[in-house]
Design a protein around this ligand. Structure first.
Ligand code: UDP
Ligand code: MG
Length: 331
């Protein structure tokens, strides 16, 4: 029997690129069949779109496809999980709906993963980002440096969700039911042999990027608190260091008063100490709060997502699927 390739496409308000994507999808499926003998099935995940674009896929798609409509916007990371839960392919490819991920890069990744049975994931790295020298890039590199400190596995910089994986990798990912999902961390945590290829994303075809600066910061914090205790340790160390310095300074003042009788003129140093320590305290409280919030989200053990409906030629009737993203223990 021919091997099956599932292509997961999470989307949020991508109405403008539906027709274009469906053309790309038909072309990609034909080439995957011709070059690798794969049967392709597309799984679209409507992550709470409000532009009615979801229905358009039905008008333009041919071949095997299904559409999972989530009850609201759960975020791309969770939408991917919803797709993984429904996928059964021997290979699973993740692609954006906005046409930034091109068919030739996808075919390149498919070819590589098929050629090497020992390889479980191929992911695309943005070549354009690796070279750029903007402030944002430096911040991002700093972020990856921090998050990877002292980790047993490395979360690669500049890699997104444009990836292909084997069935066993997909099964492993499905078992990770983190509520606050940071996929890049999960891919790395899973292990397995992974290979990277460089690519240059195409320009967005209509619509706009869903990533505001605010969202990126929130997302980075999510990455931190679910994959690293380093920030907590650093703050503790820093706090300890500051306290030690304060102690030494106190002794110095005491000695000065005892031996020279000069009282240290005070206010500026007091204010500095109060502000520095107060600020540090607040920052640390906030950081601890992040971890507590993270723990609370996991403790509630809510389903990761809720499915509203399933449609399309290869869709399983909703009654037969797990309607929610809660992990059942028999899979
Ligand atoms: N997306 C999604 N849910 C979200 C945000 C984005 O499913 O909450 C989809 C979006 O429609 C697109 C993909 O994720 O198909 C990548 O998003 P985007 O193009 O905004 O990110 P960028 O390419 O700018 O990194
Ligand atoms: Mg995009």
């Amino acid at each position: 029997m021919a091997k099956r390739l599932d292509i997961l496409v999470p989307f949020l308000n991508e109405r403008e690129s539906v027709a274009g994507f469906c053309a790309l999808a038909g072309d990609l499926a034909a080439q995957a069949k011709e070059r690798f003998g794969l049967d392709t099935n597309f799984i679209f995940i409507d992550d709470g779109s409000t532009d009615g674009g979801g229905a358009l896929y039905g008008e333009h798609m041919t071949g095997d496809w299904s559409l999972i409509t989530l009850a609201r916007n759960f975020g791309k990371e969770t939408a991917i999980l919803a797709g993984l839960d429904q996928s059964e392919g021997d290979y699973v490819l993740l692609m954006d709906a906005d046409l930034q991920h091109t068919a030739d890069v996808a075919l390149d990744m498919i070819g590589r993963i098929i050629a090497d049975p020992d390889l479980d994931m191929v992911y695309a790295i943005r070549a354009d980002r690796a070279e750029s020298r903007t402030l944002g890039r430096y911040l991002a590199n700093g972020f990856y440096w921090l998050i990877n400190m002292g980790q047993r596995y490395e979360i690669p910089a500049n890699a997104g969700d444009f990836r292909i994986m084997t069935r066993r990798f997909a099964m492993a990912l499905r078992q990770l039911r983190d509520q606050r999902r940071f996929n890049k961390g999960l891919y790395a945590w899973t292990g397995f042999r992974q290979e990277r290829i460089l690519y240059k994303p195409a320009d967005r075809q209509g619509g706009e990027s869903k990533w505001s600066r605010r969202k990126l910061i929130a997302f980075s914090l999510e990455g931190f608190t679910s994959f690293s205790v380093v920030p907590l340790r650093m703050v503790s160390l820093f706090g300890g260091g500051v306290a030690a310095l304060g102690f030494i300074y106190g002794i110095k003042i005491l000695l000065e008063v005892l031996f020279t009788g000069v009282a240290v003129p005070g206010y500026p140093s007091l204010i500095v100490a109060v502000l520095v320590l107060g600020g540090l305290n607040l920052a640390l409280t906030g950081l601890v709060g992040e971890y507590v919030w993270s723990a609370l989200s996991e403790a509630k053990n809510r389903p990761n997502y809720i499915i509203k409906s399933m449609s399309g030629p290869s869709a399983v009737p909703l009654a037969q699927t797990r309607k929610t993203g809660r992990a059942s223990h028999d899979d």
